[in-house]
Design a protein around this ligand. Structure first.
Ligand code: HEC
Length: 257
């Protein structure tokens, strides 16, 4: 019965084929215990500490603040508003991209977005805004408005072999249902708090993962071609998803399944 209801709202035969509403728990008791333990002592804390070291050696807050055009003491507040339009880049960028810009500005090798170092540094930089509320402003200027619109398009576009979109699994009328034991998360919900909680330690991968990589993992699972990190479409997705949980507190690194 539940399955029938679900398929009626899913509007996608392909999704119905892989959804299983009968399975019960998303986490076994053992997994729940592990989750609680990880919350107590999150292994990604060490990555963030390494990120601080790497960031200090590569750039430092002073040079970083300069690239962003803000005072060093205002960094936490400013960081909480990413992705944002940055004058010197002439486009909307993610925090990881600002680290690349800052490295270039001090004449250092530019770390790749895919690199382990970048994951650690971007987690450290975002953690400077811990306790602040995510404050993305998609109406700040036309660039942000455009990227938000593009992000929504990418989010809703059906692609891949199964004709799925992000929205097939994350639309408000389907969230809470289960896909292969996993509840489909409402990206805008307080408990999910997607914007303020990535980079996060993923239990299932035993490593820290960034928001864009997390989204690539969804694409891979749903057989959608992976949108490259740093591309206009990926940044737009990050804008769109971040805006869904605007106002939630930033807490890096968090723990996710
Ligand atoms: C086939 C269903 C499906 C599709 C399609 C899908 N997702 Fe997901 N997504 C999930 C499930 C299930 C989870 C939670 C998995 C878990 O708990 O480990 C998730 C988790 C996420 C999260 C992490 C939420 C958090 O905890 O903060 C983000 C962000 C996300 N998806 C974004 C996307 C984007 C962007 C797309 C489109 C490119 C997409 N998803 C497509 C099923 C899907």
């Amino acid at each position: 019965m539940r399955r029938v209801t679900l398929c009626a709202v899913a509007l996608s035969a392909a999704l119905c084929g892989i959804l299983n509403a009968d399975e019960k728990l998303s986490m076994s008791d053992a997994d729940k215990a592990m989750y609680a333990e990880l919350l107590e002592s999150n292994p990604a804390e060490m990555d963030v500490a390494e990120g601080e070291q790497l960031f200090g050696d590569l750039i430092g807050s002073e040079a970083y603040a300069k690239v962003l055009g803000v005072k060093e003491k205002d960094l936490p507040k400013h960081i909480a508003g990413f992705p944002r339009y940055v004058d010197s880049a002439k486009k909307v960028v993610t925090l990881a991209q600002t680290i690349q810009m800052a490295a270039a500005s001090v004449g250092k090798p530019v770390p790749k977005l895919e690199s382990k170092e970048m994951v650690k540094m971007s987690a450290y930089v975002k953690s400077l805004a811990n306790g602040q509320k995510t404050s993305i402003d998609v109406k700040a200027n036309k660039h942000m408005a455009e990227m938000h619109k593009l992000g929504q398009q990418v989010f809703e576009e059906r692609r891949g072999g199964r004709g799925l979109s992000c929205n097939s699994c994350h639309s408000t009328d389907i969230v809470g249902q289960r896909l292969r034991m996993q509840p489909l998360p409402d990206l805008g919900a307080k408990e999910t708090a997607a914007a303020g909680t990535w980079p996060a330690y993923r239990m299932t991968q035993s490593q820290m993962v960034t928001l864009d990589k997390r989204m690539q993992q969804c694409m891979k699972n749903a057989l959608l071609a992976e949108i490259p990190l740093g591309s206009r479409e990926m940044v737009a997705l990050e804008v769109y998803v971040t805006n869904k949980t605007k106002g939630n507190p930033i807490s890096i690194p968090s723990v996710k399944r």
